[in-house]
Ligand binder design. Sequence first.
Ligand code: ACM
Length: 270
Amino acid sequence: MMIRLATIQFTPVHRDREANLEAIEKLIAPVEADIIVLPELCTSGYFFVSREELAPLAEAPGGVACRFFQRLAGEKGAIIVAGMPEVADGRFYNSVFVFRANLQEPLIYRKAHLFYKERFVFEPGDTVFPVIRDERLDISIGIMLCYDWRFPEVSRVLALGGAELIACPSNLVTDAWRKVMPARAIENKLYVAVANRCGTETVGDETLLFKGCSALYDPWGEPVSLAGAEGDAVLLVEIDPRPCRDKSFNEFNDIFADRRPELYGAICKR
Ligand code: ACM
């Protein structure tokens, strides 16, 4: 079955949830997709160094943005993957919330690898890397969050868990990922959707520039759809998860069957 995947790029307004939900609703309204991937911290903006500033924007199931996305998921009959700040037991996490039309509770993944000054406000994630199985669409979706890309273990764990698509909400401020995300797709033979944001945010005398260039890579690492460095974009692509289930790439080699995990835990130093 072909699956319609929308990867969304836009420029969130720093600390203005209402404006961001409005922008997201406008971008998504004309989109007919089965899976919609939005950027990291898409309801709040990215750059926080104070928990007091972050607190009013942090989400928990049942919160303003959760209700908004749950409604949209129901109306669209889509899976919505959205990065948002989360609060749980007074602690803040940089999280991905996954909303499904038929489920009231979102699945939550808390970012494992915190980037740069995120450590000033967020706790390191304590959830496992999720793979969401959707029987209706017949696809398994793995979730990682932005800087997780620098850790090949994450995409490999997701792939070994059956992911055929990795959805990666992002707020990327470097360009290195553009060389590496296609490798994550090739080495695991799966799709990688990078929903990045654009624009700048300034805190004190420091400005961060977000690099846009959202992308969908196919299981052979080819860019199927690419956004520009600036501006809103909806990358709408049909994907077929079936080739991702066969990890061979010639008659003798299969990237899962050829693994040698018994050799990966030890180093011989001479
Ligand atoms: C990042 O993790 N936002 C680079």
